[in-house]
Design a protein around this ligand. Structure first.
Ligand code: SAM
Length: 375
């Protein structure tokens, strides 16, 4: 079994010949947007500091024709941390009874949207644990209210696994996008980190249902999960290529001490940056967030994500007093920020790294070209 990205762990530089081969394969991926499992694995097993720079440069260039150096801002609102799911890595899973559970009121959510809209945000992301009180009807009403107030916006939902009729009702009410990370494409690893009542097949079926309904769909995975190998990460890359989602959320796994996976090592910055860059090369048009988890693992992690091919930031615009309780992992950054301070900070960070904030709705480039997408 290979360790993940061994160069990071042992810093053993491999020969020039090997590094030239790694660069050749990176270029092949850039040009053809696809690589065999065998060659993807070769990259992960052999990449070192020299080929890493090359990878990031290729990934940065690959987004240029579609998005330039634009960074799309999404206003994230964590609407509830109640959850009936048993993900062993997640700090708000049903197994953790130390969580201070909260659920925002409709008024709280609308006020958060209004504030974010005033600052220029044109996408609202409503995220929550799988809260049984967030019923089909409740969320339909919420979506309708937001869209009535702010017609020229997009709504992204991240409310977990639901039946197809529920996804359809939310889409019909005006939701545009849906984030549902597949978490890991390896069935064995999936089973090892989720409770028995959770289904690998169902999560994938949800992603296909969302696509069939017409959502812009986001899948994604964690990097550095306990037991995760380079082979597993190759499975993630191959699955994403097949699914061809509009968005991909990738972040380091960060260990939470009140979960079943307590005591494990967390994922690292470089491992995550490598996976971001490889996803950018295989899906050049994808919208790729530089996640808060990346900013948690390293002070400039999110900015480095932009240099490795990412093009989305998701600042939290919810009420400050609840941010600390949406603790999916520990030491999460920005939990004491207000909507305004977070916005100023994020804009500064983006411009320092030669990128610019884009205030459009930031649809996937193929959707933007479809004039019929005027909902
Ligand atoms: N319930 C929804 C769902 O299942 O998609 C959305 C909320 S869930 C908390 C959002 C994401 O947080 C998950 O898809 C997972 O990848 C990520 N996450 C949870 N625990 C994490 C951890 N310890 N480290 C890093 N990411 C984590």
């Amino acid at each position: 079994m290979n360790t993940i990205l061994p160069y990071i762990k042992n810093k053993a530089l491999t020969s020039e010949k090997v590094q030239n081969r790694v660069k050749e394969l990176i270029l092949e991926l850039r040009v053809n947007k696809v690589l065999s499992a065998h060659h993807l694995l070769y990259i992960l097993d052999h990449i070192d500091e020299t080929s890493l720079e090359y990878l990031f440069k290729q990934a940065s260039e690959a987004k240029q024709p579609f998005y330039g150096n634009n960074v799309y801002l999404r206003a994230l609102i964590e609407i509830s941390n109640y959850c009936n799911k048993g993900c062993f890595y997640c700090g708000i899973s049903r197994h953790n009874n130390r969580v201070n559970r909260y659920r925002l009121t409709v008024e709280d959510i609308l006020t958060s949207c209004d504030k974010a809209y005033e600052l220029g945000y044109r996408t609202f992301v409503l995220q929550a644990g799988e809260d049984p009180r967030l019923t089909k009807e409740t969320v339909v009403k919420l979506i309708q209210k937001i869209k009535q107030r702010h017609k020229d916006t997009r709504i992204t939902l991240s409310l977990g696994e639901q039946d197809k009729a529920t996804y359809q009702a939310w889409f019909d009410a005006g939701a545009d996008r849906y984030l549902l990370r597949h978490e890991t494409a390896s069935k064995t690893l999936y089973k090892a980190i989720h409770s028995n009542d959770m289904s690998y097949e169902n999560r994938r079926q949800c992603l296909y249902n969302l696509k069939a309904i017409g959502y812009q769909v986001g899948a994604g995975f964690m990097v550095g999960l306990p037991g995760q190998t380079n082979e597993h990460l190759v499975e993630d890359l191959i699955y994403l290529k097949q699914l061809n989602p509009h968005m991909v959320g990738i972040g380091p796994y960060l260990c939470h001490e009140d979960t079943k996976l307590k005591g494990n090592a967390s994922g690292t910055l470089n491992e995550t940056l490598v996976m971001l860059a490889l996803v950018r090369l295989s899906l050049p048009k994808v919208l790729l967030p530089s996640t808060t988890a990346l900013g948690t693992v390293d002070e400039t992690g999110r900015e480095q994500g932009l240099l490795a091919g990412a093009n989305v930031f998701m600042p939290n615009v919810g009420p400050t007093e609840y941010k600390k309780d949406y603790e999916i992992y520990q030491n999460k950054i920005c939990v004491t920020d207000t909507t305004e301070t977070c916005y100023i900070c994020v804009r500064g960070r983006i411009s320092q790294y030669q990128h610019q904030v884009n205030f459009g709705v930031g649809d996937h480039v193929d959707i933007e070209r479809m004039t019929s997408y005027d909902r």
